[in-house]
Design a binder for this molecule. Structure first.
Ligand code: NAD
Length: 332
């Protein structure tokens, strides 16, 4: 039986990946500061631990797993990453996790390490035109990411590539582009645009206005979680080290995206533009390289994935409301 370790297994992508690896017959150890928020973990073993501590990393990797998936990061949506308020924490925390992982994975000669980098590494000057952003892999240099989060990801890509070059560590480096789906953070400040907009629409009543940050003409593409898992697994099985984009090429403006979610809800709502952190003007995945080298491409349309996500978030809101109603009933 193959052994896999998932770092960040309590997070959105990590918790889904644990399920996928279990369904493929792996023995899985998950590590995180916390358990998954929305469903019990399916990992055979789940270690609550802080990967900024070298001893935790060492302990987890000394079992010499065949595959390590490094997804742990200090992470959030635009409201967390693009205000500047968390820059020091983001860089310090995530860099420490990656420094320890690269070192101990090499020391214990683990099979392969998957590293989740991000579309946020791409230079901001290539993403000023919302209709034609350039995000193919080789465009990463000369580097100028628009956030410290992106700089840390770029540093860690280079860190893993260096360990490969100097010590032969087998690595697979992927750049995720906006992954979304059920069981992702949908409130509290760390949620990303798809979940935030689904929540706002689900909370709204007919005639309300849904708030969108900026003028809504900024563009993005969003990747459904099941497609992301397929991409990770196929890339890991390939002989290509990357970095490669794992994203969707279905680019959409935030206005049109919001209209799509309003349409799914069946409500009659308008959009109100408000000030807020927006990130770059345009971003879209370019999947030419991963298509050619790995043979992967997404299966779900944005509408299909968002329908599932909207239903799940609306369900979460209903549950929350039922709890509030029950508490009121008890207090009365
Ligand atoms: P997430 O925040 O849901 O998961 C990250 C997990 O890492 C969290 O559960 C967190 O508790 C854990 N973690 C953070 N610090 C830790 C520490 N010191 N020790 C142990 N665990 C720690 O994020 P996600 O959306 O699942 O993303 C997974 C990875 O993919 C991250 O590295 C992220 O930067 C990258 N990524 C995600 C997206 C996306 O759209 N979701 C896009 C680009 C890149």
């Amino acid at each position: 039986m193959k052994k896999a370790v998932v770092l960040g297994a309590g997070g959105f992508i990590g918790s889904h990946l644990v399920k996928r690896l279990k369904s493929e017959g792996y023995l899985v150890t998950g590590v995180d500061l916390k358990y998954p928020e929305f469903a019990a973990t399916e990992a055979d073993e789940f270690i609550i631990g802080d990967l900024r501590e070298e001893e935790v990393c060492k302990h987890v990797l000394c079992t010499k797993p065949d595959e390590v998936y490094q997804l742990a990061a200090d992470m959030g949506g635009a409201g967390y990453l693009f205000t500047g308020a968390h820059d020091a924490e983001v860089m310090h925390n995530s860099a420490l996790i990656n420094l320890h992982t690269a070192k101990w994975a090499t020391h214990f000669s683990v099979g392969k390490v998957f590293y989740s980098s991000s579309a946020c590494i791409y230079p901001k000057q290539n993403q000023t035109n919302p209709d034609d952003p350039r995000c193919y892999e080789a465009s990463a240099y000369p580097a100028d990411p628009d956030s410290e989060y992106g700089w840390e990801k770029l540093f860690s890509e280079r860190l893993y590539a260096s360990f490969h070059r100097n010590y032969g560590l087998e690595v697979r480096i992927a750049r995720f582009h906006n992954v979304y789906g059920p069981e992702g953070t949908w409130q509290g400040g760390k949620e990303k645009a798809p979940a935030a907009i689904c929540r706002k629409v689900a909370q709204a009543r007919n005639g309300d206005k849904v708030e969108v940050w900026g003028d809504g003409r900024q563009t993005r593409s969003f990747l459904y979680i099941d497609d992301c898992l397929d991409g990770i697994r196929q890339f890991m099985a390939s002989d290509f080290m990357g970095p490669v984009n794992i994203g969707s090429e279905e680019m959409i403006s935030i206005n049109d995206f919001t209209e799509m979610i309003i349409d799914i809800s069946g409500k009659s709502l308008d959009i109100r533009h408000v000030e807020g952190p927006q990130g770059v003007r345009g971003r879209n995945s370019d999947n030419a390289l991963i298509r050619e080298r790995v043979g992967w491409h997404p299966r779900y349309t944005l509408r299909e994935g968002i329908e599932q996500t909207y239903l799940w978030i609306a369900g979460q809101l209903n549950q929350q409301q039922e709890i509030i109603d029950l508490q009121r009933l008890h207090q009365a």
